[in-house]
Design a protein around this ligand. Sequence first.
Ligand code: NAD
Ligand code: DAU
Length: 353
Amino acid sequence: MKNYLVTGGCGFIGTNFVRRVMMTQPGWRIINLDALTYAGNYGNICDIDGNGRHEFVKGSILDEALLKRIFQENELSGVIHFAAESHVDRSIWGPAAFVETNINGTFRLLQMSLEFWKSNAVAPDFRFLNVSTDEVYGSLGPTGYFTEATRYDPSSPYSASKAASDHFVRAYHRTFGLPTLITNCSNNYGPYQFPEKLIPLMILNIINEQPLPVYGDGRNVRDWLFVEDHCDALIAVIEKGAVGETYNVGGNEEKTNIAIVNLLCDTLDSRLGRGSGNSCRLIKFVADRPGHDLRYAIDAMKILQELGWSPKFSFAEGISRTIDWYLENTDWVSSVVSGEYQRWMNINYSVRK
Ligand code: NAD
Ligand code: DAU
């Protein structure tokens, strides 16, 4: 059995990842360390916790004593590092938490990994995977793609903090030899995504007939990837990726924000038996995000050619599954749209008139 420390395994991608590992990797055991911030939810994984292959630990990646205990008690084959503050708009309102978790937290994990790796107290095939973002590359114009060689040029405090974490990861490989890997992935969507992000926010607001706040002119472009495909890419990188390398991961599904919102309106009008064009009247163009990147698009040839990964889900298939999930999981939705969620909605949207 291989033991992996997964950080942030109760957030959106982390939850999907540990659930996917339970189904597809019978030889893996996961220690899931999550601080359960507003974005983490124990209920996401409680059904698999304690099954012999999944152990939940509530705590922070900033807690050195806790990290030490986890490394001492488990001969780790790797660290798969998801834990982060992940929302760009929150990083504009309060950047300090992003520096603390994304930079200092990653540094603590690297330092602990290095200590145990140097003293041979980890498995011989030990690897540290930093789950990062395409936002480190900044913004594209109307053409071109991000490759692994694109210069880092982050725009938001969030992307700057993720860029810093990537730099530390690379530095720990080059300076100390720690076996690290980095993935830079485009926008994910799917089950368990906290409804502060574009797709789940719009799905819930359409269902509840609330305004649909589109930033700026709605022409910003994102490259969308169904979360299950991202999880499979991460498993491929851990198993087959070359140490010290970076892999871009993307869906090859570029969409403008307004196209997505229109699609969600039409699909939900039809699923909910509402008249055609009913929900589009809720669209409201609001003040833009400061420093809003125009376009992200990933060139994912390296991971295809070297590791054989490509996405299995088209956007049409993935979005249909996502809409179904939010319509079916009303208890989950009720559990996350509590006090903190309302507070955030007021902060972010009351000023976007
Ligand atoms: P998320 O906000 O949904 O989840 C983050 C998780 O980290 C939560 O469970 C939270 O409780 C936990 N966490 C936060 N601070 C912690 C700490 N100090 N110690 C332990 N746990 C802590 O984020 P997500 O969308 O699932 O993203 C996961 C990772 O993937 C992030 O590193 C993000 O930068 C990266 N990423 C996300 C996307 C995307 O589209 N969502 C795309 C590319 C990369
Ligand atoms: O590209 C990967 C990144 O994708 C990840 O690293 C981040 O963690 C993740 O949050 C996501 O960042 P974005 O800023 O692209 O995602 P978000 O869902 O916040 O916004 C997507 C687009 O929709 C963006 O252009 C802003 C716009 N938007 C967003 C919200 C929340 C709106 O127009 N209205 C909204 O209310």
